[in-house]
Design a protein around this ligand. Structure first.
Ligand SMILES: Nc1nc2c(ncn2[C@@H]2O[C@H](COP(=O)(O)OP(=O)(O)OP(=O)(O)O)[C@@H](O)[C@H]2O)c(=O)[nH]1
Ligand SMILES: [Mg+2]
Length: 379
């Protein structure tokens, strides 16, 4: 939000290339811009076979955007796409207001939300990497305004530093993250020695992970109707009767077209996920886009190397979807999916049961592996 003043008035621009769910993706852009502190006044859409090299949209569409800016006192234009540095520069020259793309918008939300030292380091790294491609242009074509969307994080002084200094900063941030990663590894080894079953909550942003984390652990993680409410990983131990203790972690949510810099930068935060014994894949069962969201989450999991970890689908928000709590098994009697409401608490007993069963199966398989290994030695 620009220095506590009125919200920035934004126009959203989406071009339909005939791929994916165009309407859902635009709806999400609107939520993203609200989460970043902008007020999406209107949406301009178009249809093209491929982006225009200079302006991303055609010149007719660019003029339509210019008219809208004039008619509605627009402060910022937000594209639902990744713009090249040249396209962004040309658009800003043409439209005379700030133009940002989906990646910058997401980076901006992350910059606003980052609380922990580690989170801040990761966001700054991602921002610098994103900026590195844009540094050459200078910012003279637009009046410099402090704050506001797309301008947070690395301050103007950093913008003015040359690439060499930027490179050094990136190197220093990487080194700091590496150190943090080593600390995580040490903690995990300690836990590994005690054979604590570890469960990680994953899922699309706003699916209800933090709400579920809170009800399962009686913790108070920040849950809100915002995209990317959570950025840091929080872990708690819970006791599940015969299955003993398990450690459960809440972490950052995923989104379609999650900027690659962010995925890479958030590796340290996502370490818990990469090394979990079980992933609870939380799905917003009331969202019309749920199937696509599941797919997107699986794609990010693949990107971070966590696609081999067993998953349990947690079909959340059954209260809103008008469904009953249930536990679904596959043809091998393995639990596939649990229907719950993290908010009302219905189905949570089934979920605890499911986690306990998976933990016990895991313990049994470790025991088998151990026996098998010692057999080998005896032969
Ligand atoms: N109706 C309903 N709403 C829910 C349920 N669980 C969570 N919510 C709401 O969904 C919104 C998002 O919840 P969070 O727990 O913050 O979601 P998250 O997955 O942690 O989101 P990020 O941290 O942004 O990735 C909040 O407004 C919750 O109150 C549920 O079972 N039913
Ligand atoms: Mg959360």
């Amino acid at each position: 939000m620009p220095d506590g003043t009125a919200l920035m008035r934004a126009v959203l621009v989406g071009v339909d290339f005939g791929k994916g769910d165009f309407a859902a993706s635009l709806e999400e852009l609107s939520l993203l811009s609200r989460s970043a502190g902008a007020d999406p006044i209107m949406t301009i859409t178009g249809r093209r076979a491929s982006p225009d090299a200079a302006l991303f949209v055609g010149s007719g569409k660019a003029n339509e955007i210019a008219d809208a800016i004039f008619d509605h006192q627009i402060d910022i234009v937000i594209f639902n796409h990744a713009l090249s540095p040249a396209q962004q520069r040309n658009l800003e020259r043409h439209l005379k207001v700030r133009v940002i793309d989906r990646t910058s918008l997401i980076l901006d939300i992350f910059a606003q939300r980052a609380k922990s030292h580690e989170g801040k380091v990761q966001v700054e790294l991602a921002q610098l990497q994103h900026l590195a491609t844009r540094l050459v242009r200078g910012w003279t074509h637009l009046e410099r305004q402090k704050g506001g969307i797309g301008l947070r994080g690395p301050g103007e002084t950093q913008l003015e530093t040359d690439r060499r200094l930027l490179g050094e900063r990136v190197k220093a941030l990487r080194a700091r993250l590496e150190k943090l990663q080593k600390q995580h590894a040490t903690q995990r080894r300690a836990r590994g020695r005690n054979h604590v079953f570890s469960v990680s909550l994953v899922g699309y942003t706003n699916a209800g992970k933090s709400t579920l984390f809170n009800t399962l652990t009686k913790a108070r993680a920040y849950a809100a109707d915002q995209l990317f409410a959570t950025l840091d990983t929080t872990s708690r131990r819970i006791y599940l009767g015969e299955a003993g203790n398990v450690v459960i972690s809440d972490t950052v949510g995923f989104i379609r077209e999650l900027p690659h810099q962010l995925v890479a930068a958030f590796r340290a935060t996502l370490e818990e996920t990469i090394h979990a014994d079980l992933l609870l894949h939380v799905v917003d069962g009331a969202s019309p886009a749920r199937m696509e969201q599941i797919e997107q989450v699986n794609m990010v999991l693949q990107e971070i190397g966590a696609d081999h970890i067993p998953q349990l689908l947690v079909w959340n928000k059954i209260d809103a979807a008008g469904l009953e709590p249930a536990l679904e098994r596959d043809e091998y009697d393995k639990i596939r999916r649990v229907f719950i409401s993290a908010q009302t608490g219905s189905g949570l007993d089934l979920l605890r049961e499911a986690i306990a069963e998976r933990a016990q199966e895991h313990a049994a398989s470790l025991e088998d592996a151990r026996l098998y290994a010692s057999d080998d030695v005896n032969v």
